[in-house]
Ligand binder design. Structure first.
Ligand code: RB5
Length: 165
């Protein structure tokens, strides 16, 4: 039997309620998960949660991550700064499917203030169930993203010149 994906979940106060719904969905479907907070609707800073979840996914501690804030934008900006992360902000099921088939996204970001719970859970379901296409052109393109990640990692270690531009 196929191993269930391990999912890291996080939100700020703006995504707290939807995070609870997503966790309920993961439990129901039998996905192992870890909740990285936040744990109340008290205001907090989305970069703090996004960085922890993104690093956990990049390290390979989890197969996927789901990050939720008010719009999903802040979470995606921060997560995509971590080498090895391909975060996709998806508010429709087509983008969710494409982000997996074409981009092999490993983090999904959502905006609680943008879409309703029903659509959000449908997006989560499609995103978790869709495999990467493995077609040559997509492998090549994702490979180029990985090369940028490697350059970023090397720069982090050496304090060298910019990766792009
Ligand atoms: C918090 O008010 C809000 O700015 C945050 O949840 C998110 O939408 C940022 O991108």
């Amino acid at each position: 039997m196929k191993e269930a994906l391990r999912v890291a979940v996080g939100s700020d106060h703006g995504g707290f309620r939807l995070k609870g719904e997503v966790i309920g969905f993961l439990r129901e479907r039998g996905f192992p998960y870890q909740d990285f907070g936040t744990y109340s609707e008290e205001g907090c800073d989305y970069p703090d949660v996004a960085a922890v979840v993104a690093r956990a996914v990049a390290r390979g501690d989890f197969d996927r991550g789901i990050l939720i804030c008010g719009t999903g934008i802040g979470m995606s900006i921060v997560a995509n700064k971590v080498p090895g992360v391909r975060a996709a902000l998806c508010h429709d099921t087509y983008s969710a499917r494409m982000s997996r088939e074409h981009n092999q996204a490993n983090i999904l970001t959502l905006g609680q203030r943008v879409i309703g719970t029903g659509l959000a859970l449908e997006i989560v379901s499609v995103w978790l169930e869709t495999p990467f296409s493995n077609e040559e052109r997509h492998l090549r393109r994702v490979g180029k993203i990985r090369e940028l990640d490697e350059a970023l990692r090397a720069r982090e270690e050496s304090g060298g010149p910019p990766v792009v531009g």
